[in-house]
Write a protein that binds this ligand. Structure first.
Ligand SMILES: C[S@@+](CC[C@H](N)C(=O)[O-])C[C@H]1O[C@@H](n2cnc3c(N)ncnc32)[C@H](O)[C@@H]1O
Length: 204
């Protein structure tokens, strides 16, 4: 991580009120939409969905109508306050947003599907590997990861990658970490050379 967890939390607390309005890029919208579609596939309305790095709830809230329960976890109280307000305004009662870090999501109940969008790239390769092992240990049958990731050479001149705060991995590093943790990669969607969606299913 290029910053500490606390520094990232403060950074997002400070921009939480304007965050949703700023997410107007075609690539962010396409990535979020793909994550929701892949996560929704096969949901029966009974499942527990965990949204890691949930922010203001873009993914978790979109899945709430199709899931039994949505748990949102994030390190920024300011971002989660926005998510809670949106849930209340939409009358959603099956969602809960609480503090949790990728490698310690503070989830005690069984989880069926884990999602994460535009958040894991704050972790280093090794930290992502630890987080993916924690996700695998939660027993989820599917993990849908949308994020900044490198399909080619990292290019700070291109959008979505600010080296001073971001620490994205290559698609290869992510694929290795997922398969080493017992997942099989069932879909790879390239949204941009630096943005993609990986769908991982439990191999056994
Ligand atoms: C760019 S926002 C994405 C929010 C949301 N998933 C979306 O798609 O709009 C990144 C989020 O990741 C959270 N985050 C950053 N580092 C984290 C960590 N180590 N553990 C959990 N959440 C983290 C931030 O607080 C922020 O809310």
């Amino acid at each position: 991580m290029k910053r500490t967890v606390e520094e990232h939390a403060t950074r997002f607390d400070e921009s939480a009120a304007e965050y949703d309005e700023a997410q107007d890029s075609t690539e962010y919208k396409a990535c979020a939409s793909l994550v929701v579609d892949h996560a929704r596939d096969g949901l029966t309305g009974e499942e527990t969905v965990l949204d890691l790095g949930c922010g203001t709830g873009a993914i978790g809230l979109a899945l709430a109508a199709d899931a039994g329960r949505v748990l949102g976890r994030d390190i920024s109280e300011g971002m989660m306050e926005q998510a809670r307000e949106k849930a209340a305004a939409a009358g959603l009662e099956n969602v809960a947003f609480e503090y949790g870090e990728f490698r310690d999501p503070q989830v005690a109940e069984p989880v069926d599907v884990v999602v994460s969008n535009f958040a894991m790239h704050h972790l280093s390769d090794g930290e992502k590997r630890e987080a993916i092992e924690v996700i695998a240990d939660l027993g989820a049958r599917r993990f849908v990861l949308g994020d900044v990731m490198f399909f080619g050479e990292p290019d700070p001149e291109e959008p979505f990658y600010s080296p001073e705060v971001d620490d994205p991995s290559t698609v290869g590093v992510l694929a290795d970490a997922l398969t080493d943790s017992g997942f099989a990669l069932t879909a790879v969607e390239m949204v941009h050379e630096q943005v993609g969606v990986l769908v991982a299913e439990r191999a056994v």
